[in-house]
Design a protein around this ligand. Structure first.
Ligand code: SF4
Ligand code: SF4
Length: 392
Protein backbone atom coordinates (compact mmCIF):
# COMPACT_ATOMS: atom_id res chain seq x y z
CA UNK A 1 0.00 0.00 0.00
CA UNK A 2 1.31 3.47 -0.88
CA UNK A 3 1.56 5.93 1.99
CA UNK A 4 2.67 9.07 0.20
CA UNK A 5 -0.21 11.21 1.42
CA UNK A 6 0.77 13.29 4.44
CA UNK A 7 -0.90 12.70 7.80
CA UNK A 8 -2.29 15.17 10.30
CA UNK A 9 -3.51 14.76 13.88
CA UNK A 10 -7.23 14.04 14.00
CA UNK A 11 -7.99 16.53 16.76
CA UNK A 12 -7.37 15.12 20.22
CA UNK A 13 -8.32 11.56 19.28
CA UNK A 14 -4.70 10.42 19.10
CA UNK A 15 -5.24 9.27 15.50
CA UNK A 16 -3.40 10.57 12.46
CA UNK A 17 -5.40 10.79 9.24
CA UNK A 18 -4.45 11.33 5.61
CA UNK A 19 -4.83 15.05 4.93
CA UNK A 20 -6.88 14.08 1.88
CA UNK A 21 -9.88 11.89 2.76
CA UNK A 22 -12.43 10.26 0.49
CA UNK A 23 -15.93 11.72 0.24
CA UNK A 24 -17.99 8.66 -0.70
CA UNK A 25 -21.18 10.51 -1.72
CA UNK A 26 -20.68 10.03 -5.47
CA UNK A 27 -20.43 6.23 -5.29
CA UNK A 28 -24.19 6.17 -5.77
CA UNK A 29 -24.00 7.87 -9.17
CA UNK A 30 -21.51 5.48 -10.78
CA UNK A 31 -22.59 2.95 -13.40
CA UNK A 32 -22.34 -0.20 -11.32
CA UNK A 33 -21.97 -1.38 -7.72
CA UNK A 34 -18.66 -3.03 -8.72
CA UNK A 35 -17.33 0.30 -10.02
CA UNK A 36 -18.10 1.85 -6.63
CA UNK A 37 -16.27 -0.90 -4.74
CA UNK A 38 -13.32 -0.64 -7.15
CA UNK A 39 -13.09 3.12 -6.56
CA UNK A 40 -12.97 2.63 -2.77
CA UNK A 41 -10.24 0.03 -3.27
CA UNK A 42 -8.31 2.46 -5.45
CA UNK A 43 -8.56 5.10 -2.75
CA UNK A 44 -7.31 2.65 -0.11
CA UNK A 45 -4.41 1.76 -2.42
CA UNK A 46 -3.29 5.41 -2.25
CA UNK A 47 -2.83 5.13 1.53
CA UNK A 48 -5.99 7.09 2.37
CA UNK A 49 -7.22 6.20 5.85
CA UNK A 50 -10.37 8.33 6.20
CA UNK A 51 -13.61 7.67 4.32
CA UNK A 52 -16.60 9.95 4.72
CA UNK A 53 -20.00 8.38 4.02
CA UNK A 54 -23.58 8.71 5.32
CA UNK A 55 -26.76 6.68 5.80
CA UNK A 56 -28.48 8.91 3.28
CA UNK A 57 -25.91 8.50 0.49
CA UNK A 58 -28.15 6.15 -1.46
CA UNK A 59 -29.56 6.25 -4.93
CA UNK A 60 -30.21 4.48 -8.18
CA UNK A 61 -26.95 4.00 -10.08
CA UNK A 62 -26.33 4.04 -13.83
CA UNK A 63 -27.54 0.43 -14.10
CA UNK A 64 -30.84 1.29 -12.45
CA UNK A 65 -29.88 -0.52 -9.23
CA UNK A 66 -30.52 0.98 -5.77
CA UNK A 67 -27.14 1.27 -4.04
CA UNK A 68 -25.82 2.60 -0.72
CA UNK A 69 -22.46 4.25 -0.21
CA UNK A 70 -22.01 2.58 3.20
CA UNK A 71 -22.54 -0.82 1.57
CA UNK A 72 -19.87 -0.26 -1.11
CA UNK A 73 -17.40 1.13 1.46
CA UNK A 74 -17.98 -1.90 3.73
CA UNK A 75 -17.66 -4.39 0.86
CA UNK A 76 -14.35 -2.90 -0.30
CA UNK A 77 -12.78 -2.92 3.17
CA UNK A 78 -14.10 -6.42 3.89
CA UNK A 79 -12.22 -7.73 0.88
CA UNK A 80 -8.85 -6.38 2.05
CA UNK A 81 -6.21 -8.30 3.93
CA UNK A 82 -3.34 -5.84 3.45
CA UNK A 83 -4.36 -2.78 5.48
CA UNK A 84 -1.99 -2.30 8.38
CA UNK A 85 -3.63 0.64 10.18
CA UNK A 86 -7.16 1.46 11.34
CA UNK A 87 -9.40 3.05 8.72
CA UNK A 88 -11.41 5.99 10.04
CA UNK A 89 -15.00 5.86 8.77
CA UNK A 90 -17.23 8.87 9.24
CA UNK A 91 -20.92 8.16 8.78
CA UNK A 92 -23.87 10.47 9.34
CA UNK A 93 -27.47 9.88 10.27
CA UNK A 94 -30.57 11.94 10.83
CA UNK A 95 -31.01 10.45 14.33
CA UNK A 96 -31.95 13.52 16.32
CA UNK A 97 -33.87 11.47 18.91
CA UNK A 98 -32.60 8.41 20.84
CA UNK A 99 -34.91 5.99 18.98
CA UNK A 100 -33.89 7.14 15.51
CA UNK A 101 -30.24 7.41 16.58
CA UNK A 102 -30.22 3.74 17.66
CA UNK A 103 -31.95 2.62 14.48
CA UNK A 104 -29.50 4.56 12.29
CA UNK A 105 -26.51 3.27 14.23
CA UNK A 106 -27.64 -0.35 13.90
CA UNK A 107 -28.32 0.15 10.18
CA UNK A 108 -24.89 1.73 9.65
CA UNK A 109 -23.05 -1.03 11.55
CA UNK A 110 -24.85 -3.69 9.52
CA UNK A 111 -24.49 -1.98 6.13
CA UNK A 112 -20.82 -1.20 6.71
CA UNK A 113 -20.31 -4.84 7.83
CA UNK A 114 -18.75 -3.71 11.12
CA UNK A 115 -18.32 -6.39 13.80
CA UNK A 116 -17.66 -5.57 17.47
CA UNK A 117 -14.93 -7.74 19.00
CA UNK A 118 -12.88 -7.68 22.22
CA UNK A 119 -10.17 -5.87 20.27
CA UNK A 120 -12.42 -3.18 18.82
CA UNK A 121 -14.50 -2.69 15.69
CA UNK A 122 -13.53 -4.58 12.55
CA UNK A 123 -14.62 -4.95 8.96
CA UNK A 124 -13.22 -8.31 7.93
CA UNK A 125 -9.59 -8.22 9.04
CA UNK A 126 -9.33 -4.42 9.09
CA UNK A 127 -9.73 -2.42 12.28
CA UNK A 128 -11.96 0.62 11.89
CA UNK A 129 -12.44 3.72 13.98
CA UNK A 130 -16.06 4.72 13.57
CA UNK A 131 -17.17 8.34 13.80
CA UNK A 132 -20.94 8.85 14.05
CA UNK A 133 -22.37 12.23 13.09
CA UNK A 134 -25.57 14.14 13.54
CA UNK A 135 -26.10 15.03 9.89
CA UNK A 136 -26.43 18.71 8.96
CA UNK A 137 -27.41 20.39 12.22
CA UNK A 138 -29.44 23.58 11.89
CA UNK A 139 -31.99 25.37 14.05
CA UNK A 140 -34.89 22.88 14.01
CA UNK A 141 -32.68 19.79 14.15
CA UNK A 142 -30.53 21.26 16.93
CA UNK A 143 -33.65 22.09 18.95
CA UNK A 144 -34.80 18.48 18.58
CA UNK A 145 -31.36 17.20 19.60
CA UNK A 146 -31.42 19.35 22.74
CA UNK A 147 -35.02 18.52 23.66
CA UNK A 148 -34.62 14.77 23.13
CA UNK A 149 -31.39 14.48 25.15
CA UNK A 150 -29.98 12.35 22.34
CA UNK A 151 -26.41 13.55 22.98
CA UNK A 152 -26.35 11.87 26.42
CA UNK A 153 -27.92 8.81 24.86
CA UNK A 154 -25.27 8.75 22.10
CA UNK A 155 -22.50 9.03 24.70
CA UNK A 156 -23.80 5.82 26.34
CA UNK A 157 -23.59 3.99 23.00
CA UNK A 158 -20.08 5.39 22.58
CA UNK A 159 -19.08 4.03 26.02
CA UNK A 160 -20.54 0.66 25.05
CA UNK A 161 -17.98 0.63 22.22
CA UNK A 162 -20.50 0.73 19.37
CA UNK A 163 -18.60 3.65 17.85
CA UNK A 164 -15.51 5.65 18.78
CA UNK A 165 -16.17 9.34 18.23
CA UNK A 166 -19.23 11.58 18.12
CA UNK A 167 -19.43 14.37 15.58
CA UNK A 168 -21.71 16.68 13.63
CA UNK A 169 -21.82 18.34 10.26
CA UNK A 170 -23.37 21.69 9.46
CA UNK A 171 -23.54 24.16 6.60
CA UNK A 172 -23.19 27.90 6.03
CA UNK A 173 -25.46 30.13 8.07
CA UNK A 174 -25.86 27.94 11.16
CA UNK A 175 -23.26 29.66 13.33
CA UNK A 176 -25.37 29.77 16.49
CA UNK A 177 -25.96 26.00 16.38
CA UNK A 178 -22.32 25.24 15.47
CA UNK A 179 -21.09 27.23 18.47
CA UNK A 180 -23.61 25.67 20.84
CA UNK A 181 -22.68 22.20 19.62
CA UNK A 182 -18.96 22.85 20.09
CA UNK A 183 -19.59 24.30 23.54
CA UNK A 184 -21.28 21.09 24.73
CA UNK A 185 -17.83 19.45 24.72
CA UNK A 186 -19.54 16.23 23.52
CA UNK A 187 -18.11 16.23 20.01
CA UNK A 188 -14.68 15.04 18.93
CA UNK A 189 -15.18 15.66 15.20
CA UNK A 190 -16.88 18.39 13.13
CA UNK A 191 -17.44 18.74 9.40
CA UNK A 192 -18.06 22.12 7.76
CA UNK A 193 -17.97 23.61 4.25
CA UNK A 194 -14.99 25.86 3.52
CA UNK A 195 -13.27 26.91 0.32
CA UNK A 196 -11.49 29.86 -1.23
CA UNK A 197 -14.78 31.31 -2.54
CA UNK A 198 -16.57 31.04 0.79
CA UNK A 199 -14.59 31.42 4.02
CA UNK A 200 -17.60 32.53 6.06
CA UNK A 201 -17.25 29.77 8.65
CA UNK A 202 -13.47 30.26 8.60
CA UNK A 203 -11.09 33.15 8.99
CA UNK A 204 -13.19 35.72 7.13
CA UNK A 205 -16.50 35.06 8.89
CA UNK A 206 -17.90 36.61 12.07
CA UNK A 207 -16.47 33.67 14.03
CA UNK A 208 -13.65 31.47 12.79
CA UNK A 209 -15.28 28.14 13.66
CA UNK A 210 -12.38 26.19 12.22
CA UNK A 211 -10.02 27.83 14.72
CA UNK A 212 -12.61 27.72 17.52
CA UNK A 213 -13.02 23.96 17.08
CA UNK A 214 -9.32 23.33 16.52
CA UNK A 215 -8.46 25.16 19.74
CA UNK A 216 -10.86 22.84 21.58
CA UNK A 217 -9.09 19.79 20.13
CA UNK A 218 -11.96 18.91 17.79
CA UNK A 219 -10.93 17.20 14.54
CA UNK A 220 -12.12 19.03 11.43
CA UNK A 221 -13.25 17.47 8.16
CA UNK A 222 -13.45 20.08 5.40
CA UNK A 223 -16.35 19.46 3.00
CA UNK A 224 -17.13 21.44 -0.17
CA UNK A 225 -13.48 22.37 -0.66
CA UNK A 226 -14.35 22.48 -4.38
CA UNK A 227 -17.45 24.63 -3.79
CA UNK A 228 -19.97 21.81 -4.35
CA UNK A 229 -20.97 19.56 -7.24
CA UNK A 230 -22.26 22.48 -9.32
CA UNK A 231 -18.69 23.75 -9.70
CA UNK A 232 -17.91 21.15 -12.38
CA UNK A 233 -20.32 22.76 -14.84
CA UNK A 234 -19.74 26.29 -13.53
CA UNK A 235 -15.95 26.17 -13.86
CA UNK A 236 -16.24 26.31 -17.67
CA UNK A 237 -18.21 29.53 -17.35
CA UNK A 238 -15.80 31.31 -15.03
CA UNK A 239 -12.49 30.17 -16.49
CA UNK A 240 -11.90 33.44 -18.39
CA UNK A 241 -12.68 35.52 -15.31
CA UNK A 242 -10.79 33.73 -12.56
CA UNK A 243 -7.51 31.82 -12.73
CA UNK A 244 -8.14 29.50 -9.74
CA UNK A 245 -7.95 25.79 -10.59
CA UNK A 246 -9.27 22.73 -8.74
CA UNK A 247 -5.75 21.99 -7.60
CA UNK A 248 -5.47 25.55 -6.22
CA UNK A 249 -8.73 25.10 -4.30
CA UNK A 250 -7.51 21.92 -2.67
CA UNK A 251 -4.21 23.52 -1.75
CA UNK A 252 -6.05 26.51 -0.30
CA UNK A 253 -8.00 24.27 2.10
CA UNK A 254 -4.93 22.21 2.95
CA UNK A 255 -2.97 25.32 3.82
CA UNK A 256 -5.45 26.15 6.59
CA UNK A 257 -3.69 24.66 9.64
CA UNK A 258 -6.94 24.13 11.56
CA UNK A 259 -8.20 21.51 9.10
CA UNK A 260 -7.46 17.83 9.78
CA UNK A 261 -8.51 16.41 6.43
CA UNK A 262 -10.12 17.62 3.22
CA UNK A 263 -12.92 15.53 1.72
CA UNK A 264 -12.22 14.70 -1.89
CA UNK A 265 -14.98 13.01 -3.81
CA UNK A 266 -14.34 11.57 -7.26
CA UNK A 267 -16.12 9.47 -9.83
CA UNK A 268 -13.01 8.08 -11.49
CA UNK A 269 -9.62 6.93 -10.19
CA UNK A 270 -7.74 9.42 -12.38
CA UNK A 271 -9.71 12.32 -10.83
CA UNK A 272 -8.83 11.13 -7.37
CA UNK A 273 -5.17 10.67 -8.32
CA UNK A 274 -4.99 14.26 -9.61
CA UNK A 275 -6.17 15.50 -6.20
CA UNK A 276 -3.70 13.29 -4.34
CA UNK A 277 -0.90 14.69 -6.53
CA UNK A 278 -2.06 18.26 -5.85
CA UNK A 279 -1.95 17.57 -2.12
CA UNK A 280 1.74 16.68 -2.42
CA UNK A 281 2.64 20.15 -3.74
CA UNK A 282 4.15 22.62 -1.25
CA UNK A 283 1.75 24.38 1.15
CA UNK A 284 0.61 27.84 0.10
CA UNK A 285 2.31 30.68 1.92
CA UNK A 286 0.26 33.40 3.64
CA UNK A 287 1.02 35.72 0.71
CA UNK A 288 -0.17 33.10 -1.79
CA UNK A 289 -3.33 32.53 0.24
CA UNK A 290 -4.07 36.27 0.28
CA UNK A 291 -3.50 36.55 -3.48
CA UNK A 292 -5.81 33.59 -4.12
CA UNK A 293 -8.55 35.09 -1.94
CA UNK A 294 -8.29 38.36 -3.88
CA UNK A 295 -8.65 36.46 -7.14
CA UNK A 296 -11.61 34.45 -5.79
CA UNK A 297 -13.37 37.54 -4.49
CA UNK A 298 -13.57 38.97 -8.00
CA UNK A 299 -16.35 36.46 -8.67
CA UNK A 300 -17.33 34.88 -5.33
CA UNK A 301 -20.53 36.99 -5.17
CA UNK A 302 -21.80 34.96 -8.14
CA UNK A 303 -22.17 31.93 -5.88
CA UNK A 304 -24.32 33.61 -3.25
CA UNK A 305 -27.76 32.06 -2.90
CA UNK A 306 -27.40 29.55 -5.73
CA UNK A 307 -28.30 25.87 -5.66
CA UNK A 308 -25.09 23.85 -5.29
CA UNK A 309 -26.64 20.66 -6.68
CA UNK A 310 -25.39 18.82 -3.61
CA UNK A 311 -28.57 16.66 -3.72
CA UNK A 312 -28.80 16.55 0.09
CA UNK A 313 -32.46 17.58 -0.14
CA UNK A 314 -33.36 14.60 -2.34
CA UNK A 315 -31.82 12.13 0.10
CA UNK A 316 -34.88 12.36 2.34
CA UNK A 317 -37.46 14.22 0.30
CA UNK A 318 -39.34 14.03 -2.96
CA UNK A 319 -41.32 16.95 -4.37
CA UNK A 320 -45.04 16.01 -4.29
CA UNK A 321 -45.41 17.65 -7.71
CA UNK A 322 -42.66 15.44 -9.12
CA UNK A 323 -40.39 18.40 -9.90
CA UNK A 324 -36.65 17.82 -10.08
CA UNK A 325 -36.03 21.22 -8.46
CA UNK A 326 -32.21 20.89 -7.99
CA UNK A 327 -31.81 20.22 -11.75
CA UNK A 328 -33.91 23.28 -12.59
CA UNK A 329 -32.18 25.50 -10.03
CA UNK A 330 -28.71 24.29 -11.04
CA UNK A 331 -29.41 25.15 -14.67
CA UNK A 332 -30.83 28.52 -13.62
CA UNK A 333 -27.79 29.30 -11.48
CA UNK A 334 -25.57 28.87 -14.53
CA UNK A 335 -27.96 31.06 -16.53
CA UNK A 336 -27.60 33.76 -13.86
CA UNK A 337 -23.81 33.48 -13.72
CA UNK A 338 -23.55 33.59 -17.52
CA UNK A 339 -25.81 36.67 -17.62
CA UNK A 340 -23.79 38.41 -14.92
CA UNK A 341 -20.55 37.73 -16.79
CA UNK A 342 -22.01 38.85 -20.13
CA UNK A 343 -21.83 35.31 -21.56
CA UNK A 344 -24.30 33.57 -23.86
CA UNK A 345 -27.35 32.38 -21.87
CA UNK A 346 -29.00 30.48 -24.76
CA UNK A 347 -27.66 27.02 -23.75
CA UNK A 348 -29.46 27.25 -20.39
CA UNK A 349 -32.74 28.29 -22.00
CA UNK A 350 -32.36 25.35 -24.40
CA UNK A 351 -31.52 22.96 -21.55
CA UNK A 352 -34.67 24.02 -19.76
CA UNK A 353 -36.80 23.44 -22.84
CA UNK A 354 -35.36 19.92 -23.15
CA UNK A 355 -35.82 18.97 -19.48
CA UNK A 356 -38.13 16.02 -18.86
CA UNK A 357 -40.85 16.12 -16.22
CA UNK A 358 -42.76 19.02 -14.65
CA UNK A 359 -41.17 22.45 -15.01
CA UNK A 360 -40.77 25.20 -12.43
CA UNK A 361 -44.27 26.57 -13.14
CA UNK A 362 -45.70 23.36 -11.64
CA UNK A 363 -44.35 24.44 -8.25
CA UNK A 364 -47.27 25.16 -5.92
CA UNK A 365 -45.06 26.92 -3.37
CA UNK A 366 -45.73 24.38 -0.61
CA UNK A 367 -42.15 24.93 0.72
CA UNK A 368 -41.88 21.27 1.74
CA UNK A 369 -38.45 21.16 0.09
CA UNK A 370 -37.01 24.15 1.96
CA UNK A 371 -36.73 22.22 5.23
CA UNK A 372 -34.39 19.78 3.46
CA UNK A 373 -32.19 22.35 1.73
CA UNK A 374 -28.89 22.46 3.61
CA UNK A 375 -28.32 26.02 2.37
CA UNK A 376 -31.62 27.56 3.50
CA UNK A 377 -32.59 28.48 -0.06
CA UNK A 378 -36.00 30.04 -0.67
CA UNK A 379 -36.80 27.41 -3.28
CA UNK A 380 -40.40 28.48 -4.09
CA UNK A 381 -39.24 32.04 -4.90
CA UNK A 382 -36.30 30.71 -6.89
CA UNK A 383 -38.62 28.49 -8.93
CA UNK A 384 -40.69 31.52 -9.94
CA UNK A 385 -37.56 33.38 -11.04
CA UNK A 386 -36.20 30.32 -12.86
CA UNK A 387 -39.35 29.89 -14.93
CA UNK A 388 -39.55 33.61 -15.73
CA UNK A 389 -35.95 33.60 -17.01
CA UNK A 390 -35.83 30.23 -18.73
CA UNK A 391 -39.27 29.64 -20.29
CA UNK A 392 -38.86 31.57 -23.53
S1 SF4 B 1 -42.09 24.34 -3.04
FE1 SF4 B 1 -42.32 23.67 -5.16
S2 SF4 B 1 -40.47 22.50 -5.61
FE2 SF4 B 1 -40.63 22.64 -3.36
S3 SF4 B 1 -41.73 20.77 -2.78
FE3 SF4 B 1 -43.28 22.38 -3.01
S4 SF4 B 1 -43.98 22.14 -5.13
FE4 SF4 B 1 -42.03 21.02 -4.96
S1 SF4 C 1 -31.87 22.78 -3.17
FE1 SF4 C 1 -30.37 23.01 -1.48
S2 SF4 C 1 -29.97 20.94 -0.70
FE2 SF4 C 1 -31.01 20.73 -2.69
S3 SF4 C 1 -29.38 20.49 -4.19
FE3 SF4 C 1 -29.82 22.68 -4.08
S4 SF4 C 1 -28.44 23.53 -2.53
FE4 SF4 C 1 -28.43 21.28 -2.28
Amino acid sequence: MKTVVKRRPFGNTGLFVSEVGFGAMNLRVLNTWEEGVALVNHVLDQGINLIDTARAYKGVNGSGVEVQSEDMVGAAIEGRTDIDEPIVIVTKGHGYTPEVFDQDLQDSLRTLRIKKTDKGLFIGQTEVKLVVFFHGIKEDRWNTIKASNVIEHAKKRQQEGLFHYLGFSSHYGDGKEIKEALDTGAFQVMELPYNVYNRSIGEDGKTDFLKYAHDKGVAIVNMKAFNGSSMVATSKLIKDFCSITYSDMLRFSLSNPNISTVDVGARYPHEYDADVQASLLPMLTQEERQAMKKEADKISGLFDGICRECMHCLEKFECPQGINFPAILGNHSRYQIAKELGEDTTPYVENYAKMQGPKADSCVGCAGCTEWCEYHLDIPAMMIRAHADLAK
